[in-house]
Design a protein around this ligand. Structure first.
Ligand code: PLP
Length: 356
């Protein structure tokens, strides 16, 4: 039975992506070679990376002056690459979860870090609203979607300095106004491709303003100059990313994806809000993530949590156990998840509640 895959990452990919990747593992672009054994410098792979970069720019409406990079090291390497390249003296960060605080920890190695707000004391169940970003900061860094806690900042912030975002778990789920941004990064394994590649979109004129020496591999300018081919890039994940990007374009682009994502999230949040057995962990509905929906059982039912997971497993629903720091349940509704899977989950919640 095909599973309903709610894992938080690595996570569901479209059948289109998986089928085309499987085909290329057997025979890539009629080369008679597998994508696993072909040179990254072959003209066939050059065409793959070129088309993938062009589709990122097209789908996200990235203006002139930006570069699309395909790097290794995960989103976590960006936590240090960003300050290495952009933090001259002082940067501002907002602490909205584990990933944000990991980014803050790395930035402190490079200069002063002004944490403008934090919701840590409330176990990150909301997005702080009242804070000021200092105009003299080299940049402001935020995490647009807090994968573990199920909160999201869906509006591009207005700040008086450069703007950097970790969009690992919600990129391609909404339009982005790149005129406000200097750098956006995303590990691929949530909305794009298998693990192993990180998408970075960087404004060229944000670079070159720090005095420290930067190791070659950690300098964005190296990868810009070499078209993400200074060293061997993650060939297979980039190939899969291209398939996902083609699929997104066929579906109608970002506007269509966003509509689908909003519908899926509304379906699940409504079911949670109508239920007496389940409740959402994010207090303000405006902060609720449309990608990762976190919920728990109300106190009188709490001992049934394990039983509910088993009930779901029997219906082919996988990956809904909450992160250990939150508990309860987390259903990740990434772009590739069909609404039919959300319907199956909602039905399971209703049936379980009716019989317990
Ligand atoms: C998954 C995730 C990360 C970590 O990504 P890696 O590629 O494993 O380093 C960072 N930030 C956010 C928002 C994430 O969801």
């Amino acid at each position: 039975m095909k599973k309903h895959n709610f894992y938080a990452g690595p996570s569901i990919l479209s059948e289109y992506t998986i089928q085309n990747t499987a085909d290329a593992i057997l025979n890539f672009a009629d080369t008679g070679l597998s994508i696993l054994e072909v040179s990254h410098r072959s003209k066939e792979f050059q065409a793959v990376i070129d088309e993938a970069s062009a589709l990122v720019k097209e789908l996200l409406n990235v203006p002139e002056g930006f570069h699309v990079l395909w790097l290794g090291g995960g989103a976590s390497l960006q936590f240090c690459m960003v300050p290495f390249n952009l933090l001259a003296k002082r940067a501002a960060y907002i602490d909205t979860g584990t990933w944000a605080s990991n980014a803050i920890k790395e930035a402190k190695l490079f200069g002063e870090v002004d944490v403008v707000a934090s919701s840590k004391d409330a176990n990150y169940t909301f997005i702080p609203k009242d804070y000021t970003v200092p105009a003299d900061a080299d940049y402001f860094h935020y995490t647009s979607n807090n994968t573990i806690y199920g909160t999201e900042i869906r509006k591009d912030p207005d700040v008086p300095c450069r703007l950097v975002a970790d969009m690992s778990s919600d990129i391609f789920s909404r339009p982005i106004d790149f005129t406000k941004y200097d750098l956006v990064y995303a590990g691929a394994q949530k909305n794009l491709a298998p693990a192993g590649v990180t998408l970075v979109i960087v404004r060229e004129d944000a670079l070159g303003h720090v005095d420290r020496p930067i190791p070659t591999m950690l300098d964005y300018r190296t990868h810009i100059k070499k078209g993400s081919m200074f060293n061997t890039p993650p060939v297979l994940p980039i190939y899969s990313a291209l398939q996902t990007l083609r699929y997104y374009k066929q579906l109608g682009g970002i506007a269509a994806l966003e509509r689908r994502d909003l519908d899926k999230a509304a379906l699940l949040y409504n079911a949670i809000d109508e239920s007496k057995m389940f409740k959402g962990t994010v207090t303000d509905p405006a902060d609720r993530s449309i990608m990762n929906v976190c919920f728990v059982m109300t106190p009188e039912y709490q001992e049934l949590e394990k039983q509910f997971i088993d009930f779901c497993t029997a219906r082919g629903i996988v990956g809904i156990k909450g992160h250990r720091s939150v508990g309860g349940f987390r259903a990740s509704l990434y772009n590739a998840l069909p609404i039919a899977s959300v319907q199956v989950l909602v039905e399971a919640m209703k049936d379980f509640e009716a019989t317990h």
